[in-house]
Design a protein. Structure first.
Length: 214
């Protein structure tokens, strides 16, 4: 969860609380007050719990006022890459038809969703994927012909294995390749199951999917 913009407002509120003091608040005091205000501004409801406010090291670094240096970013990415869980059966691709359904599905994870109901990927919210879909976001790059352009549609291409693993890692934990990526960490955060990620992999890489066949 990236709270960089929210944090700007809460810091202002924290500073106002101590404005009567004779000296400016220390960074530690500001951070403490910010966290207090954040926690008091939200409440738990349904499956949405307050633990979503807790940030790990990479989230803290990317929510800071100053972006992490290249060296720090590489260290964070290496740590995130180590968390990626690769398919235990060695199979990376599932059913592209199910993957397309996931890409269209934006439900899941909100307070109104029942516990245990599978979430969707909501991929079209940020990416162009299928040529037939005319409503899509542009926050992320176009994924149309993702596999064809990268040679994955040709099993004889030696780059295929590298692209397959890169794609799995990107879906599992996008911060493994871009520390401050705004893409959800689908596998790492438990948003999608390994089986669902396989289906999205098939949507992107299977030569028969609408991503590559058109």
């Amino acid at each position: 969860m990236n709270i960089k913009h929210i944090k700007g407002f809460t810091i202002a509120g924290a500073v106002a609380l101590v404005a009567a003091c004779s000296s400016a608040p220390s960074p530690q005091d500001t951070e403490r007050l910010t966290q207090q205000i954040m926690k008091s501004s939200f409440r738990e409801q349904g499956i949405a719990k307050l633990d979503r406010l807790a940030q790990d090291d990479v989230q803290k670094a990317c929510s800071a006022d100053t972006s992490p240096t290249d060296a720090v970013a590489r260290q964070l990415e290496a740590a995130q890459l180590a968390t990626v869980q690769w398919p235990k059966d060695g199979a990376y691709l599932g059913d592209w038809r199910e993957g397309e359904k996931l890409a269209q599905n934006g439900r899941g994870g909100t307070w109104s969703d029942p516990a245990g109901v599978p979430a969707g990927g909501n991929c079209y919210n940020c990416h162009q994927i299928s040529k037939a879909e005319i409503s899509f976001g542009t926050i992320g790059p176009s994924l149309y012909q993702y596999g064809k352009l990268r040679g994955v549609a040709n099993p004889a291409d030696p780059a295929s294995e590298a692209i397959v693993k890169y794609t799995w890692g990107k879906l599992w934990n996008a911060k493994a390749t871009n520390a401050c990526s705004t893409m959800p960490r689908f596998g790492h955060a438990g948003v999608l199951t390994p089986a669902q990620i396989k289906d999205l992999m098939a949507l992107l890489l299977d030569p028969r999917s609408p991503v590559n066949a058109q």
